[in-house]
Design a protein around this ligand. Sequence first.
Ligand SMILES: Nc1ncnc2c1ncn2[C@@H]1O[C@H](COP(=O)(O)OP(=O)(O)OP(=O)(O)O)[C@@H](O)[C@H]1O
Length: 796
Amino acid sequence: MSIRAEQDHVSALYGHLDAERAHAAEAFRRAQRAGGSGYGALMDREAGVEEQARRLTRLESVEEGLCFGRIDLHGGAPGDTLYIGRIGLRDDDREVALVDWRAPAARPFYSATPSSPSGLARRRHLYTRRRTVVGLDDEVFDLEGLSDDDRRSLVGEAALMASLRAGRTGRMHDIVSTIQSEQDRVIRSSLQGALVVQGGPGTGKTVAALHRAAFLLYTHRDLLERRGVLVVGPNPVFLRYIGQVLPSLGETDVVMTTVGGLFPGVRAEQDDGHRAAAVKGSLRMAALVEGAVRDRQRVPEGGLEVTGSGTDLFVDEDTCRTIRDRARELGVKHNAARTYFANEMLTALAQDQHDLLENSIREAEEAAAWDGAFKGVPELEDPDAPLWSEEDLQSARETLWEDAAVRKAIDGLWPDLTPESLIADLLSDADRLAAAAREAARISPDDALAPEELDALLRPAGAPWTVGDVPLLDEAAELLGDDGSARRARKRAEARRRQEAERYAQGVLEATGLSEQRTADGELVVDADMLSERNRYDGPELTTAQRAAADRTWAYGHVIVDEAQELSEMAWRTVMRRIPTRSLTVVGDVAQTGSAAGASSWTSMLERHVGSGLHEERLLVNYRTPAPIMEVAAAVLKEVAPGQEPPESVREGGDAPRSVRIAPGTWEERLPGVAEEEVRAVQSGEGAGDGDPDGVAGRVAVIVPDARHAAFAALLPEAESQASPEVLDAPVAVLTCTQAKGLEFDAVVVAAPDEILEQSPQGGRDLYVAVTRATRRLTVLHEADLPGMLVGLSPA
Ligand SMILES: Nc1ncnc2c1ncn2[C@@H]1O[C@H](COP(=O)(O)OP(=O)(O)OP(=O)(O)O)[C@@H](O)[C@H]1O
């Protein structure tokens, strides 16, 4: 079939797309005009508008590359040819004209290989530019004529190679037209249970995980639109890097965040130093946070003395301890148990007030009786009758609660706490840390932290939140429970809205004179209630994603964690709270773990949360790094993670990775020179500018030791070096290994590899990350001797 015949078919598909868009636009307008009054009708209307807006967005997002494939099943009957595209479309007779790439019928397009053709006679890739077909590429599954080597060939090899050759744009693109069969297996895995995708650098873990999100949303739309999908990535730059993939697949309603963003109201971006990170990420911190909460549930030494209602009151230490212990034993969270504690303490104080009063009356009585006897006055009656009734006691308690000194004293013993105040106070106060550790050792002696570990946690008051703090805040929130502030804020906002709506309604009635008008049977035409109901609703309901992101206790329908090897034990506790059903996709590479608290094995990290329900898939082919660079990386891998197999590169050849030795103290001269050379090489080489006609023609990263980041960035003033999304758009970026993780560049210059290796116990893994970021060129610049593991480089 010629390009012209395919063009006719593709043009017809765009015709159906236009018709669908026209329908959706009409439905959108209809939804906007939907009638009915009252809150419920308005909610329905907004939900309808929202749904149609989403449908329109989905239809708009598929304009480019609407149809990219065709499969011909064996048999050759008319229904045996299917066109595969970004969405499903039907023709005017309601027959399937285009199959959504996620539908089961599309599967052979991705799974067929020459040795296992899945019933296909042929697979065709269609290349389009805007609405024009510009090329075709066929694979005919004629097994008879193939050698063994050919049988192992890739899915849609020509299309894949064309896509991999394109220069990098600083944004990840979708791969719907070239998904490989091992990736397809990952993408279409069942929604249930925890799936771990382990794969070396460039094996498409990230891109496959994102396509999986799109696949799951398509296949389980009802559930996932209600409960939402959460994608957790390593940092905001990375989220920006991958941010276009799901929208280009028509999916916009997904929450994307980092571990630092999992606690609503806090946005932590800084990492801790290695020592602090290792301690903070350890599971033993759960006991320390519990210890910190218990440390705030105090018994006053020698008892509580306080002046309340003008009287010096006292509750002895034993009574205070009994009340504290009972409050703890209630089995409710700290802030809820505080109500009980405060009540019991008030009762004890009121009792003391009562006893004091009784004593003084008794004394007065005795004095009076003595006086009476002396003067012959009759005795006062019933010395045993209680002085105060239950109501008197209650009213004394209430009066005491109004007393600022009493409140302060009770607050000091069992304060209302927010997670933020608990953790900030704990980490900035050596005494509090030591006290929390003592309490923790009481509840969980095996989890004790050593004094030097407590030292590593200590930091100045007012220090910004770090990523490692977020799991501690989450842990604290679990133990403290609601402090009521969120509920109070919601109520205040609701009351404000209602007041405004009533004021507005009254204003409208007065201005229009409608308040006077009545129907024939004497009813008001419109009353203030009716009007204010109509206006109380201020704007569309939040989407599922927005509601989920704002709610710490939201239970998602599915969670995807990328670069998951970096998550600490504590971070996993936080993630798991968001997914009680454990429907998870975890993607990462334990050979790239850079965090001191990260994973060295998936089982040891995840088993306690998912038990035996862990299913592991491996991705073995590297689509990023050409074979010569991967050979260098493989030697590094052998040193840093001897058990791990390096992935096999699909791309052969390319420029030989090189090392450039510089004379001592000549970084200032040589680094800018080498970076400049690389920019020239990538901007003139193969694939330059293919990826993004409007953007930079080639991108270079200079990856440097942590301690040299500022100094080397200063040597390259034109380069982008801040950990902000701009690094994705600059021709040259200066990054640490942690910042470069997950990203890719046309050319990479690794500076001072010996220092990267030495910078932490994970230095070797950092180096592995650094040398696997390039799609075309790798240069290692060194002043000291080259580390032995970089043997494969050609000296320049
Ligand atoms: N089937 C494919 N078709 C086209 N490109 C692909 C395919 N699979 C992966 N790629 C490309 O290969 C590159 C690497 O993919 P990705 O970043 O997802 O790998 P990764 O396994 O997450 O790597 P790392 O472990 O280094 O973070 C990306 O540019 C991606 O678009």
